[in-house]
Design a protein around this ligand. Sequence first.
Ligand code: SF4
Length: 268
Amino acid sequence: MVPAIEPQHIHWNRRPRLLHARRQIEKIRDKTPGFTGVISDIGGPTANMYRMACKDPKVEAACRRPSCVFPEICPNLNTSHDDLIRLYRKVRETKGIKKVMVASGVRYDLAVESPEYIKELVTHHVGGYLKIAPEHTERGPLDKIMKPGIGAYNQFKRMFDAAAEQAGKKYYLIPYFIAAHPGTTDEDMMNLALWLKKNRYRADQVQTFLPSPMATATAMYHTGVNPLRGVRRGGSDKVEAIKGLRQRRLHKAFATTIPTIGRCCVKP
Ligand code: SF4
């Protein structure tokens, strides 16, 4: 995988960076034993935030928001995909490179702001499937994960399908979801399960939350409070953590069982 994401505080000229990216690709081409000309993932943790940064360094220095893209995309964020599109093209032009893939990590609420990016992605950088992580359909867990609502995913899917049709390809999105994330109620899982069923998605695209080091969700899981909303003695925002084996299994079962039973239980 070749990460295309860049630290946000670095300011740099376009040409040297594109040349540097090209040299990196040439290095991979020349030094990887048995290299076939296929870059399997030029994405990174977030595939499409290359060179996105705050428009004003002074505002950025004073900013205390935990995210530039949640609860909505900040108007001060430069969301242009132009440099990323230029980068993709430069890499594709490199001698000996046959195919450059983006396998995952597309931040779809940003991608929908650039139909040109979606077209470029679908036409040249998807090989049948693109994994994407809406994580959930309900606001309870989504607010804790700092992800947009499922409407943004639906919009991206429409644009993705249209671009695939235009390119004459049969490509599919594989959405991934999470069960038992802090802040998820039984009803949230039921609603996710019904959405999965209605959209004919498979149950193996649902993973159960496990606390991992250095994650905000882990802090929520262990403390039962939401650090994203500020922590105050006696006044913190409470978050229900799904800890008991029985409830964790129940949340997973909602998502794995309901989508497999008869369509009669799905509202039209
Ligand atoms: S949240 Fe907005 S103001 Fe703050 S650093 Fe991000 S883009 Fe700049």
